[in-house]
Design a protein around this ligand. Structure first.
Ligand code: PSU
Ligand code: MN
Length: 302
């Protein structure tokens, strides 16, 4: 049985040439940002990866196959579509088997990247332990995926809508290296400092690549989370966001939003409550993560 994987021409060429490739997710396009900023951002992130010396591979499911790298037309289709499934580990196979259209979360993107032999992936922020998880049990499958699948994920920490202390505790329990890049603090997505220390710090992409390779040599499953803070000029102070996050969370609870709907609802409300500032910050941090991921991917080539 061959894998249901389709490499774009660009990605196939990079594979044949043995040059660096960086995976990119698609849920951020379909469920994380509004149209048309979503497709514009996806294009800018791809351009940033290229400018940093690697080939971007945006991953999504269409027509019964996992696309590793999308053409511009496919990107546009995905960004405009309203019936796109949000695919995590649990949903990937069923979407492929039924020929549906699906966007991959961090968890599903890691699985697909690994199947395609891609070791580095850039995104905005990973999912994590939601506030009130002691009642809702809402813990993103992204955390277990980081423990299971050998992909280094570059993100601006976990989204600040989450319970960050609990997210770090679960990552520690699962044995996931959480590596701050360029500062000691664990970043909080739209803000540089969550007030929590990151367990590890590595500022040199070459060392992050070496740590990734060393895990494989040791036979340890799973990947690494590289927590790369948003650039100073783009950050929103945590104190500005805290009351807005609390309001969005209260609304989610009042509306009885659960499961896959929680993260998109909170991101959309934050976009409205910050009058678009959360989106500008989100775009800046993803671009920054793309640059760092491209450098790590180059060092992983040896
Ligand atoms: N980061 C963003 N925007 C997003 C997401 C991450 O900047 O929309 C998505 C990612 O795909 C992540 C998912 O994997 O949210 C987490 O969803 P959940 O909390 O339902 O696991
Ligand atoms: Mn969830």
């Amino acid at each position: 049985m061959t894998l249901p994987l389709t490499l774009s021409p660009d990605v196939a060429k990079a594979r044949a040439d043995g040059t660096a490739i960086v995976a990119l997710e698609s849920t951020i396009i379909t469920h994380g940002m509004p149209y048309p900023q979503n497709v514009e951002t996806a294009r800018r992130v791809e351009a940033e990866v290229r400018a940093s010396g690697a080939t971007p591979a945006t991953i999504a499911v269409m027509d019964g196959t996992i696309h590793i790298g999308l053409t511009d037309a496919q990107l546009e289709t995905l960004a405009k579509a309203t019936n796109v499934a949000k695919l995590s580990r649990a949903d990937l196979a069923a979407c492929l088997a039924t020929g549906g259209i699906g966007a991959t979360t961090v968890a599903a993107t890691m699985i697909c990247a690994h199947l395609a032999g891609i070791a580095v992936f850039a995104t905005g922020g990973i999912g994590g332990v939601h506030k009130g998880a002691q009642e809702s049990f809402d813990i993103s499958a992204d955390l277990h995926e980081l423990a299971a699948t050998p992909v280094t994920v570059v993100a601006a920490g976990a989204k600040a809508i989450l319970d960050l202390p609990k997210t770090l505790e679960v990552l520690e329990t699962l044995g996931v290296p959480v590596i701050a890049h360029g500062q000691p603090a664990f970043p909080a997505f739209w803000s540089r400092d969550s007030g929590l220390a990151a367990p590890l710090r590595l500022d040199d992409p070459a060392q992050i690549a070496a740590a990734h390779a060393m895990r494989a040599r040791l036979g340890l499953p799973g990947g690494q989370l590289v927590a790369n803070p948003i650039p100073v000029e783009a950050e929103i102070p945590a104190a500005t966001l805290a009351p807005l996050i609390a309001q969005a969370q209260a609304e989610a609870d009042a509306h009885g939003i659960t499961g896959k709907g929680v993260t998109p609802f909170l991101l959309q409300r934050l976009f409205e409550l910050t009058e678009g500032n959360s989106l500008s910050a989100n775009i800046a941090l993803v671009l920054n993560n793309a640059r760092v991921a491209a450098r790590i991917a180059q060092h992983l080539l040896g």
